[in-house]
Design a protein around this ligand. Sequence first.
Ligand SMILES: *Cc1c(COP(=O)(O)O)cnc(C)c1O
Length: 242
Amino acid sequence: MNPFSDPFARIRDNVASVQARIADAAHRSGRSSSAVRLVAVTKYVDAAMAGLLVKAGLTDLGESRPQELWSKAAALADLAPHWHLVGHLQSNKVRRTLPLKPLIHSADSLKILEATSREAQGLGLTSELLLEVNVSGDAAKHGFAPAEVAPLLPRIAALGHIKVTGLMTMASREGDEGRARREFAALRELRDRLAAACPPEVSLGELSMGMSGDYQVAIEEGATMVRLGSVLFEGLTGQPTP
Ligand SMILES: *Cc1c(COP(=O)(O)O)cnc(C)c1O
């Protein structure tokens, strides 16, 4: 059958096979599949296609650009997915983003944490964020250097109306599976070291790591959330495959 004739069937198949791989990887790391949340990144597709993911049973959708998050959240309001912002957030986009109550995976400066705290207070809500860490040291990537995080935690703890619940990273673009594995392990080890001296206002339970090309490795190394785009759209709309 031509997959374009029934995109929903294709998406359902893709979701099922990804979920099976997530479960296998979780079991290899001694955890149950419910310990790993699948965030479906919809940046390659339109709102209608993103909606098919929700109809296929996924409840967590992610976007990397705030403007796309705003427009897809409006288009899919009836389906009420839980949104995730996985890409860089600029201060001037915070006010419009927070009412959508996304989990922000990409807090990458004290400035953006302060802006989020301030705007969340104004809106009367509490925003959840992860700290993005540039484990690979790639100059083109956003994120805190690993050594910057410990001194930051007391300052984050002093900010109201935000809740930091974990860390996020992206593996190097170039590099093999072994390199990605070392980078994911480095994020987990950083988290374990920080946890010893973490203020009670901050929790570091979540590890958002792993994309289409490396999510199984990330889960083996302790990911609690994987951010998957292209693997969910294989066979559809000519999307890149990892
Ligand atoms: C695009 C994107 C993803 C998903 O990428 P795929 O390789 O298509 O799975 C995950 N995380 C971030 C931050 C992204 O920008």
